[in-house]
Design a protein. Sequence first.
Length: 434
Amino acid sequence: MTTGRPDAVVVGAGVIGTAIALELARTGRQVVVVDKAGAAGHGSTSASSAIVRFNYSTFDGVATAWEAQHLWTSWREHLRLTGSRPIAAFHRTGAVLLDSPAAVPSEVAALFDRAGVPYERWDAPTLRERVPGIDPGRYWPPRPVDDDAFFDSPAGELGALFTPDAGFVDDPQLAAQNLADAAGRLGARFLFHRRVVAVDRQAGRVTGLRLADGARIAAPVVVNAAGPWSGGLNRLAGVGGDFSVGVRPLREEVHQVAAPGGRAGAPGPVVADLDLGTYLRGTVGGHLLVGSTEPECDPPEWVDDPDDASPRPTAHRFRAQVTRAARRFPAIGVPNRPLGVAGVYDVADDWTPIYDRTALDGYYVAMGTSGNQFKNAPLVGRFLAALIDRVEAGHDHDGDPVRHRCEHTGNVVDLGAFSRRRPVRAGSARTVMG
């Protein structure tokens, strides 16, 4: 059975795939989105902390996040949805980036200055005043919580960079559904519970996909936005031989604990704590989400098959991450029973995504995105739409990378920064902080 011929097929209905579908539909294309899950946002997106922050190790990373924040703050307008349907909400709490050798304040501030991101420089007394309950001690480097040195006295105190316009999106899965609804209004079709088993090609060009139920979707453009399954899809397509950046599935956990004192008011700022190897953000219900910044002392949990990864948090990961958070905020309790979510991230070698064409004409990738690209999704849709428009019209993106001028900030993002062939920079932040 062959379905009607769309102009483009997007594989993956997470926040990245649905954003790409929306922007492709806005160019007038007929779009089909295929996902093995049962609804939009049910994969890696549902395990995201949905933090919107701007600290990246490259200008293009910072500029992308800063422009994307403007789309989140005007989310309904970006979607162009009418009616009373539920809409994900952006909460502007600000974010505190504690000093760390892994994110040198002067280097981060220089990128903020160049991109136009407002920020403040805080010393330790200001941290105590503005973030009640924080211990600004310097504990670098991060250590395992069972290490005798973990509870050593601090070696001085930390300052921080504070970005007042950062925050979080309260429901990442709903955000993906919002994007799917907006794309659907423009004619995009979503095929759920459908698994891709083959990528068809002819004379060096993609010609469509085959699904496990025997259906074939013929299309001249295919976009791989399959999250942790993206590497497997590339193997089906026979691409990847010219990639200089590898991508692997990584199991991650995000834990939930009660906020100190049971506060149920407005959440405090996001705290990025590379000094201890963790990050925290509040929720509107008086809890804290605690995640890891992948410190070197914690072995990464790479997985071969994302479908085999357990979705349940583990006691040892919970104890490690929450104990680190409690070292920074001593009033946090460390419960005996783990609470939170586990998901599989799609991680590039340098934690920088790949938004690019491939050696197979018509086959594009938006991969290596998990962990730190949720915030950028609405802009990533525009990146891929622009890239596809230009390359399909004959532009040599490999030789002359497409540049995207941001609507709200005026920054110009060089999409070559997300090339499959880019050199892996020695100075890249090899953590979720990118």
